[in-house]
Design a protein around this ligand. Sequence first.
Ligand SMILES: [Zn+2]
Length: 678
Amino acid sequence: MSKLPHDRKSKIEYWQDIPWKRAEKVVFSLQRRIYQASQRGDVKAIRRLQKLLLRSFFAKAIAVRRVTQDNQGKKTAGIDGIKSLNPKQRLELVYTLNPLTGKAKSVRRVWIPKPGKGSRPLGGSLRVRTHQEDEKRPLGIPTMEDRARQCLVKLALEPEWEARFEPNSYGFRPGRSCQDAIEAIFNALRYKTAYVIDADIAKCFDKINHNILLKKLNTFPAMRRQIKAWLTSEIKDGFELFPSKEGTPQGGVISPLLANIALHGLEKCLKTWIRGKTLRYPNGRTMALKHREQTLGVIRYADDFVIIHKDIEIIKEAKEITKTWLSNLGLELKPEKTRICHTFNWHEKEKPGFDFLGFNIRHYKTGRHHANKTTKGEIKPYTLHIKPTKEACLKHYREISLIIDRLKAAKQEVLISKLNSIIRGWSNYYRYSVCSEIFNKIDYQIFWKLKKWADKRHPNKTWKFKKPKYWKTIENNNWVFTNGKSSLIKHKKNYDETKNKTRKKGRKNQGEIFKKVQDVRSPYDGDTIYWSSRLGKHPNMPTSKAKLLKWEDGKCPHCGLNFKHEDVMEIDHITPRKAGGGSSYKNLQLLHRHCHDEKTREDFKLIAEYQNRKELEKQHNKSIKWFNDLFSQEKWKWINDTPVLISVRDKNHVSEEPYEVKVSRTVLKTSRRGDSLT
Ligand SMILES: [Zn+2]
C-alpha cells in the first residue's frame, strides 16, 4: 500500500480512470496511522507518514478533486484568474503538484460583509445585506494551484492535530458542529447558575503572531518553510500589492486549521490553573482535583469562546490568565465586547444571560409548581433556556421580507421555493433550542407579509378572491401558502415534526434532544458506525437527505464508499427528470457531489436516447393520425364499388374527383389535361 504508483504515471491518462475508491481507502488509512502515531506521541512516525502522504499520487488526486469539484467556493478565482479546470487540466495539476516548494503565489483580496456577533456562522444560499453588516472583512483567495497544495498539506496535518486538540473546541473540526458547542454549554449550566466570561478576541485572524504559530506547529523544516510562505504571501488588492506581516490569510483551505492550532491550549492552561486552586465542597471539605477541573467550563468555537464558573472571583482571575495567554500570541480581548455576566441575576448593570453562535443562553425563574430538581433532589427555582437571539430572528425575518418584496411580480412557486430553502436551513439550525414560541411568531409575521404581497398583486380584487387563490387547507393545516403543487414550510411544523419523533419514545414537552459528540472522538479513529450514525442526525442535514442516507446505509451508491463529514452530498434523480423520471423517493438517491457530476454526464446519453425515442413516437403518432384522418368515413365514399376521396387536405394538390357532369360514368376525370384511362 505504501508503494504508491510511480509507474502509474504512465498508465492513467484520463481523470475518470483514477480508481477513486482505492484512492480514498489508501489516503484514509494513512491518515488514520498519522492519527494513531500522534496519539502515542511517536513524532518520527508522524513525520514519516506525513511525507509519504504528501508524495502519494492518490492524495494529490483527492486534494485536486476537493478544491476543483467539491468545494463550495470552487468558482472564485485567484490572482491568475483561473476559476475552474477541465478534467485534462485537473490531471495535469495532479502530476505537477508539488506541495513543499517553500513558495506561494500572492493572494487576491476580496471584501465580504462581516457577520455580526451573535449571528449564526453558516449562511443561507442567498445573502442579504442588512444595516448591521456594513463592517467588512478581508478574504485572501489563493490561486487554484495553491489551494490544491494547501488542501494536500491539510490532509497530512489535520489527523496529527485532531489527536491533540482539546475536547471542548468545536469550530472547523471534522465531525463537530455549532450544536455540539451549544450542547456543551447546556451540560455545563444544566444544574447550576454561574458567572460567564463572554469573550471576543480583537481581529483574531489578522493578528496572530507568525513565529509563535510556527513554533507551536513544531513540524519538519520543509513543511515549516511552506507554511511560512503561505502566511507571508503578498496580498493583491486591485492593482496594489501588500506584504503580510501578521495573521493567517482568511479564505485559504488551511487557514481554519492554522487558527485552531494557534488557539490550541487555552482550555488546558485554564484547567491546570484551577487544579492549583483550593476549592471546597459545600460541606467545607477540600475538593478533589478531578472535581475542581469539572467546575470550570471552557467552550471554544474557532475564535469565539466562553468561560463558565460559579465563583465570581475565579472568573475574574481566569480573565486575567486568558489575557496573558492571548498576549503571548499577539492577541488581546476586545474590551467593549468582552463582558462578565451571570446567567440568572443582574451583575453590575449587565443583563443576565449571554449570546453564543446565534443562541441566547439564560436561566429563567420558574414558578413554584414548575420547579425542577437537581440530581441530588434539591429544588432549583430556575430553568435553562437556550433560544435563538433577537438579532438572529430579526435578521432572518428581514431576509425573508426582502425576498418577498423583490419577488412581487414572480410566480407563486418561485417565491415558495426561494423561501423554503431559507426557512428550512434556519429552522433546522435552531430546532434543538427552545424555539416553539419564536417559530410561531415568525410564521405569523410571514403570513402578514404574504398577505400584503397578495394585496399588491390584485389591488382591485376582494379578499374572497385572493384567499382561496393563494391559501388552502391541507391535512388539518389551515392557511397553507400553496399553489397546489408545492407549499410553504412553516417553522413551527418543521419543529413539531422533530418533536413528535421523540415524543413516541416517551419524552414529553421536549424538542428533540441533540446528542453531543463524545469528548475525545475524531473521525480519524476509524469508527465508521459511530460517525455515520452521527452524520444522519447532523443538525444541518435535511430530513430528505437523512432518510436517503439511512436507506443507503451511509454509503454512496455510485462509488460504494462511506460518506464522511467533509463530503458534500447531493440528491440525484436515478432516472433523470428529463428522461421521464419522477420526484418520489423511489427515484432519488444521495451521492457525493463529484459522483453526482459523473452520474449527470452519464445521464446525458440517457436523456438523448429518451428524447430520440420520444421524437420517433411523436412522428409515428403523427403519421397514424394523418392516416386515420385520411381514411375516416367523412373523407371518402364508395362510389360504384370504388373508394373515392371526397376532399383532400391540400387544396392546391392535384387531385382526382368524380366527374360531376356525368355521375353515371365510372371513369374518373383527372384534373390534368390529357387522356383518361382507356
Ligand atoms: Zn460517491
